[in-house]
Structures are given as C-alpha cells and as structure tokens.
Design a protein around this ligand. Sequence first.
Ligand SMILES: [Cu+2]
Length: 469
Amino acid sequence: MDHETTRRDFLRSGTLATAGLMAANSAGDAQDAKPAKPPQDAHQHDHGHPLSKDFPRDHAGPGGPVGSPTDRGRLVPGLRAATEPPVLVETPDLPNNLPWKMVEGAKEFHLHAQPVKRELLPNDFMNHWGYNGSMPGPTIQVTEGDRVRIILHNELAESTTLHLHGLELPIAMDGVAYLAQDPIKPGGMGVYELTLHQNGTFFYHAHGAMQEAIGMVGLFIIHPRSAYTPVVDQDFALITQEFDIPAASATPDTTSMTFHWLTFNGRCGPYITPLVVRLGNRVRIRVLNFSSMDHHPIHLHGHTFWVTGTEGGRIPESAWIPGNNVLVGVAQVREFEFVANNPGDWPLHCHMFHHMMNHMVSGVGPGSRGLARGNREDPRYQVPGFPQETGMMAMMSPAEMAKVEKNPRTRGMRPHWHMEVMGLFTVVRVLPPDLYDKVISGKGEVPPGASVPGSKPAHDMEHMKHMKH
Ligand SMILES: [Cu+2]
C-alpha cells in the first residue's frame, strides 16, 4: 500500500474513528498524568535461577570474578519469568502508552502537533510546542514486526513534519520537509506508515531545528518480540532537554546557545517523579539526550550498571561496559541495566555541575526569577529591573515546595530531600517489598526517612564530635 493510497483510504473510511481518538488524545493533560502504572506484582518469585544464589539481591556485595556471569550482576536476571512478554516502559511525568486502534491492518496512532504549556517547576508554566497536550509528547510503545500508522495533525501556526528517528524506513516516510515530502501546512495532516523490523529506543520529532528546540519530541519504543535476557522487571525511559528561558519571559529563546533549564521528561529536579524500584529487581533505564548543544554524563549512585543498548538497539553481551556513569551525547540513547540490590533513595543525575542547578540567574534585576519565586504577588516585581538589592529570598515558596512533596511517589523520603535535587537530577528509590507496595499503592503509613535506613539527622553528628573528647 503506497503512501497516497493510505491517505485516501484513511480519509474515506477512518474519519469517524479518528474523531473519537482525537478527543481521547487531546483530553490527556501531561501535567495531570498519573505516574506510569507499576509493574505487575505477581512476578515476585525467584525462579530459582542458578545465578541468583551467587549475587546478593538485598544488599550491595560482590558477585563473581571479572568476566563471570555474576560479575557486578552482569547476567543476573530479574525475578520475572523469562517467558513473559517485555515489561511496559515507564516514562515518569509523561503519558507512557499512547492508545492506538487497529485500522486496516495497522496500529494507528494520532499525534497532534500543538503549542503546550509545561510546568517545568512548580508554578513555572512555560510555553513549549509538543504533541497531544504534552511536552515531550506521549510515549508510543509498539512491538517489532508491527505495521504502524502515525497520523500527524498539524495544529501549529506553521508547517511541520514528523521524523521517526533511527528507523530504517522508506524514504517517503522519513519526514524531512522538501527532501522527502511536502511540509504539512497548518490545519493539515500527514500519514506515516511502515512495518517495523527493528527494536530498541527510538523517538519521533519535528525535523525543523527550532521546533525541536522548543520541545517537539517523544519516545518511540519498539519492544522485541520476546524479552531480552537477562530479563528486567522494570524498565524506565527519560528524555533530557535544555532551554534558555529569559527571566522576564515564559517562552524558550530557541536561538540561544546557553541553557539553564535542564529537564528529564519535561520537568526539572526536584519536580521530577522518582523512579520507584523494588529491591532485588533487575532494572533497565533508557536515557535519550534531546538537548540542543550538550552531552550529559548520567551518573547513578550506589550501584554498578552495564551499558546494554544504544540508539541503534541492543549491544551484544560481549561488548557491554560496566560503569556508574555513562556519557549520553546529543541525539544518542544509552540503555543500562543493574540489579537494584542496595536499598535507599539514590541520585540519578547529570554530573555536569551547571546541569545540577535550576535556572542559574543573577541575584539582581530581571535575571532574578529564581530569587523572586516566593514573592510573585509582590507588586514591586512589576517595576522593570527590580530587585537591585540582594538578600535572603526563598527559591521556592512553601506552596511550591508542597507541590513537590505531595507527589505520592516521594512518600518516605527524608524531610527536605529536595534541597539538593536540582536540574537534570532525579532519584531512583530502591525499596524493600513492603515499603515498595505502600509507595506504589499510596496506602499504609510511611514515616519520613523510611527509605533511607541508618541515616542520621545532623545533630547526631554534632553529638558524636563531642563524644571524641
Ligand atoms: Cu548535563
């Protein structure tokens, strides 16, 4: 079926079905999107895998010698049965599984390119462009071998196209304006249809540079027909982006080459929903760098992982590399896996110091957005140039902090945990089963600090100092 036939057939037969889907899709507001559904709970049995006894699942500890299957957990499988299909990928703070309908033998998806407001930090609603009310757009999850049709509705004020990044597709489906197709005009529609023979972490994006820079991207995950071994129990994906949003504005300056808003899945730390992991699970994390100009060395605390995939798909086992830090270049994907055997709330962050801060600004004048956050209602901020005197002003108001703390996925973290979580910085929470169940379900008592066993309040340290004398 060629492109034009598809388009005609779609126009003739699909209009009513499409109208329903459009309504369903545009109703999804990314800001209110619930965290991705937790993985199935039925799988928590150790299937007696021979490697399980040689690698600790509930505390940090050595595995076998270098090169052995249990070396830093290399081939230690998850607790899920190897015969189960690949687990759904969780994309915190984004709609993680765009619905589709089977139409004429293809999974049909509808993407609406449109302006989107995105709350990068509490009360910082910024003007972006994205898809289906979300920036980044909703995650699409499909399976190798699928026939897929994506219908792009252009609700922007200018032309756009949709590029499916990394796919070995027919040139007419590549989504580059003029080179491969006519631009899709405002109010127009484009149809992209292909059969998938690859698997891995791919993504869709507009192919105009500035449209990409203002947010037009989303994940396109292609699952293999059967899960890779060793199986993972939980699978997450994060997109990094960077923006320059002048303090007197709420709209990114896409021509700028300096960036001070660094995001995972469209939010800055500490507003990013933590990755909640069950102790003992094998976990995969996929990181796509969709920043304009910067690479990001992504670092995980408390664990050693193996880099098992790139934007090109799975890496053969013999070429996996161990680490706790992986450099993700622009438009690259790195997938890494580890056995989450060390309980606690562990940072997962870019290690570039300027990327571990939020909107670095001058303390005075119009650059002082951050310092003014607690004082939005103060009429003096209407005076151009105010403030010119610096002083102690809250970075986040109590109401804004409450917005961070009320996320149910943060229950049991230490008080003030968010004070050092900023920018391209989230938390991997490795929780023992009963605590994991409470945090995921939102039920049951969870005292503050429950997820950081053995941590001491600072005054205890003072006490110890005195004891030395
Ligand atoms: Cu970075």
